[in-house]
Design a protein around this ligand. Structure first.
Ligand SMILES: [Zn+2]
Length: 444
């Protein structure tokens, strides 16, 4: 596709049409209430969120694309000046409210932009999304895939979100005298909160801006800003920390729940408190969380980690895990592939993993098998390398830094044969997590 025709979640360049996949902050950098560069195409739900996210936004610049429908958009070729038509189909990305993928067709071929997406295998909505994509493709292969590679690493394997939601309900129910805080973003995890509210027959507190968003999404009865009505509060990621939980526990017994695919690590300057000395790089038990085979019973086994005496972390992820990404790539068989995430703590160039799955007319089955064998070997090696093995008894901060770096180096060595090289920046990003997460650092 020629430069200057369309922009996908990019707002700094000049284009004829702009497409927004969903309303998470890392996809709207450069977009503001004062936007006047051109038309923005998005899903109906994303369009409804504009007035909340960007008060005063010129709604005349928004074009709504119904999900699952084919739309034709006339553009002008920057090189020839002649008119050209691009066809675009929006597909449910199963990520957060309003999130869609875009499938483009035109003189440039077939381009699929996933935005952020979760490719669960068995839920009803996942099957609908799959059917939507297959219908849109109509048997064609994708020439260029822009892929959500947030967890494109064999060490990530998440159960379905409804499995984790049930585990979270059990945790809350087993703490009847505790207040509960759950970390969420400004958009997303609504299904989880609704499940908790329904299972425990309770309202859930959210902060005022979040209540406004809930009302836009049509949830009027479950959420409240009145703290006296419920013991369960959904709080912003940036206010969820070890310090917050410890502070709350000086007032009332409180547990914190972090539903995220991100592994957590403790910042090295966490003092002499042994409860903070864990160094977690891969915080989930991969053997129990493995989604391969979709055995409900094995999925029910615990993926819960008690990260801190007051904090539970669970891999409730709105992004696809590695095996789901693999399945997706095998389905669309792209000729070219590029990751859309370049700053994630887990960022791996998907071309490494899927180099045998694209660039050819036919899918290379022997290469896929070889790749899967490598993935399984990697997972086994990771399992045998419990992070706790590297934690020293020392309570001195400097030793903790040393310990953590040893763990990271060891994991880098183990992943080396697969070429999974984590940058120093990634390591530093990982280390930041666990005390306080800034919004700009969150993988949405
Ligand atoms: Zn997102």
């Amino acid at each position: 596709m020629e430069k200057g025709m369309i922009s996908l979640d990019q707002w700094s360049e000049t284009s004829q049409a702009y497409f927004l996949s969903h309303f998470h902050a890392d996809h709207t950098k450069g977009l503001s209430s004062k936007w006047n560069k051109g038309l923005i195409y998005c899903s109906p739900i994303t369009a409804k969120l504009f007035p909340v996210k960007f008060p005063g936004f010129r709604v005349s610049l928004i074009r709504v694309l119904e999900v699952g429908s084919l739309h034709s958009i006339p553009l002008v070729s920057p090189s020839t000046g002649s008119q050209t038509i691009i066809q675009v189909t929006t597909i449910d990305a199963h990520h957060c409210p309003g999130a869609v993928m875009y499938l483009f067709r035109g003189e440039f071929g077939c381009v699929l932009f996933t935005g952020d997406f979760r490719w669960e295998r068995t839920s009803e909505r996942a099957l609908m999304g799959k059917s939507m994509l297959l219908n849109a493709l109509g048997g064609e292969k994708v020439d260029f895939l822009h892929l959500d590679n947030t967890y494109c690493n064999p060490s990530y394997s998440f159960p379905r979100r409804e499995v984790i939601a049930r585990q979270i309900v059990k945790i809350i129910a087993s703490h009847p005298e505790h207040d509960v805080i759950i970390a969420i973003n400004t958009l997303g995890k609504e299904d989880l909160l609704l499940h908790i509210a329904s299972a425990l027959n309770t309202k859930i507190w959210v902060w005022p801006e979040r209540l406004q968003i809930m009302h836009v999404l049509g949830f009027f009865d479950v959420f409240t800003t009145n703290t006296s009505l419920t013991r369960i509060r959904a709080v912003p990621f940036y206010s969820f920390s070890v310090d917050t939980l410890e502070g709350l526990n000086t007032i009332r017994p409180t547990i914190g729940i972090m539903p995220s695919g991100l592994p957590w690590v403790v910042r090295p300057d966490s003092g002499n408190d042994p409860s903070r000395s864990s160094s977690l790089l891969v915080s989930y038990d991969i053997s129990n969380c493995n989604t391969k085979g979709n055995h409900p019973q094995s999925e029910e086994l615990s993926c819960v980690r008690k990260f801190h005496k007051y904090i539970y972390t669970l891999p409730y992820s709105d992004h696809s895990c590695f095996n789901e990404i693999l399945e997706f790539v095998k389905l669309v068989q792209p000729l070219n592939i590029k990751g859309i995430v370049s700053s994630s703590s887990c960022c791996i160039d998907p071309r490494y993993h899927f180099r045998d799955l694209h660039g050819q007319d036919e899918c290379n089955e022997p290469s896929i098998k070889k790749f899967q064998q490598q993935s399984e070997k990697f997972q086994q090696e990771t399992l045998n390398t419990s992070p706790e093995k590297f934690v020293t008894k020392s309570s001195k901060g400097s030793h903790k830094i040393h310990t953590q770096l040893r763990t990271e180096r060891s994991l880098r060595r183990k992943s080396g044969y697969l070429g999974l090289l984590m940058s120093r920046v990634s390591i530093l990003r990982r280390r930041k997590r666990g005390v306080k997460i800034l919004e700009v650092d969150i993988v949405d």
